[in-house]
Write a new protein. Structure first.
Length: 169
């Protein structure tokens, strides 16, 4: 199984110091990103967002693989909505052509993927999976959300919090 991530989701998890939890959640999968996502993460680090260092280190040690786009995938990116940034378009192209799961937190990108039956997991989905799959406790997920709110000014709605922590019968 291949899991492709865009920049914003990796950045948010890095802000919460939880990249190791993501790696554990997808231990049996290959975590990958397109080249533009690597560039965007590096640009964030260069701007002083030092919390991105563990993700950059994971790229350097190949815990996260950078997958160049084929010519076909490059062409696909031009057909995606113009309101998506280049990293999102590249990640969607990889997920679509390689039958991978996309990790993304952009509402427009998620909506686009769902309309086209491209598997996508949002930050809310991942936070929920952290505790459901016992990678973290619910309290650890709450702490993680607090760190993301402080570092990245992330704000989850009460509905999103309910989706994360709802105990289903």
């Amino acid at each position: 199984m291949i899991v492709i991530s865009d920049t914003n989701l990796l950045s948010s998890l890095a802000a919460g110091n939880s990249f190791p939890s993501l790696a554990r959640l997808f231990a049996r999968a290959k975590l990958a990103i397109p080249p533009t996502v690597q560039e965007e993460l590096q640009a964030g680090l260069d701007r002083g967002n030092t919390y991105l260092q563990p993700v950059i280190q994971a790229i350097l040690t190949r815990q996260i693989e950078v997958i160049p786009l084929s010519a076909e995938e490059e062409l696909l990116t031009f057909n995606y909505p113009s309101n998506l940034d280049e990293g999102e378009r590249e990640a969607i192209a990889l997920a679509q052509t390689r039958k991978a799961t996309l990790l993304c937190n952009d509402r427009d990108a998620i909506r686009y993927c769902k309309q086209r039956s491209i598997r996508v997991l949002s930050l809310v989905n991942i936070l929920r999976r952290f505790w459901v799959e016992q990678v973290m406790s619910q309290d650890e997920v709450r702490d993680l959300i607090g760190r993301m709110e402080q570092v990245e000014n992330l704000s989850l709605t009460s509905q999103q919090m309910t989706e994360i922590f709802l105990v289903k019968a």
